[in-house]
Design a protein around this ligand. Sequence first.
Ligand code: SAM
Length: 460
Amino acid sequence: METSNWHIFKDSIASVTEADALLAALNTEKLTSIRINPRKCSATSLPRVSWCDTGFYLEQRPFFTLDPLFHAGAYYVQEASSMFLEQIIKPFATHPIRVLDLCAAPGGKTTLALSLLPEGSLMVANEVIKNRSQILSENLIKWGYSNCIVTNNDPKDFSFLKGAFDMIIVDAPCSGEGMFRKDSDAISEWSPENVDLCSKRQLRILYDIWDCLAPEGLLIYSTCTFNEKENEDVVARFVSENNARCERVPLQSEWNVTEREKNGAFSYRFFPHKTKGEGFSVSVIRKNDGQEYVIPKRLQQAKSISFLSEKNTASFKNFVSGFEPIHFNDRKNLSWAFPLPYKDFLNEIASHCNLVHAGVPVVECIGNKINPLAGLAFSTNYNKNTFPSVAVDLEQAVRYFKKETLYLPDAEKGWNNITFNNTSIGFVKNIGNRANNPYPQEWAIKMNVDYANLPKSVIA
Ligand code: SAM
């Protein structure tokens, strides 16, 4: 960063907290934290993130790529400050709600929200950048919740869904000051011009999506940056120009979270010299008025999906359990299961948006062959009575995620569900002398692996 920019950056920090203490903290080792998937594993003895029931700190950063439970969505590696969203979502989501996570990739806030939402809720997770939307989709399939739709759209593409969401999360693209100790590129790319550009874009995103929020709905706005221009200034201006109010979030003193107020905008600030987490700011905007969503009566089915009749799903409809599904085929002819009560809503979204995925991947039918999709194994709704189950050890589990052939001499012939540490991780087709591994190439571990020295899982 140029010296003149450094002074501007330091001054902008000095207006929000003790600049020298914060800069000193940015030079220390970054923290590593994870959030466990409550549907896949129970609490560990690791030290807890105090504002999130499922968040834990690790003493050092392990090599997550070699941990099968990481690939299987048993936990998510998430920076601790972001987990504070639990304090906003939990008291609000006391009944089933519809949520839009607008800037969702790679999926940290989405996976947290999914684990907090009551049964019957729906999540639409969107990411505007195409390749990032694929990563989002992979992470959400692995997290394993059926009530989730992933889209790849610009915020303004959602304008057809007026009043449709009770909660919208805007974890906005920002100048990334909070990432300075994680990422040296973030430091070199910082400039006051970029801060101005980011704040304009943030305000535009809020305007683009505001109509989609239901009356009395919550808009959660967050960034990982320290300056006021991208935080309180954006929120204060937006609230003053719209029929909205800023909500306060109750805090516990031992968290050392800083509440700030500027021109009516409340923000919750995570400064690394005070709070055990990276730089983060979040504000909560409540909508006073607006339009109630009414699902249009559409006669046409979306072109990108085709809903399947009961008859066509007879051979695989029991592969999922625990919710009432409607099945549909996507453009690649893969069959998915999705919560029936949201069928029309899915059809609406598939008609207007670029649908990346929705619900649970189930099977691919080729002629009369029915092959389970790898993602089905990660679903918390996978019906464990569908295929015989075979427990594998750490080495075999890593080999599975590396897409290698497995050898399971004691397994039954045909499709088997493989588990590691009691967690379902995939399917292999045992043909006797070997078991074929259809794990998707794009999800597979790419590095060379030293199987003699595999580390133990952080949560095993
Ligand atoms: N919420 C994510 C999580 O918790 O894992 C992190 C989101 S990241 C801070 C911001 C995201 O906004 C990025 O994935 C980025 O691609 C996306 N983005 C960039 N420009 C955007 C725009 N103009 N509108 C909406 N999203 C945008």
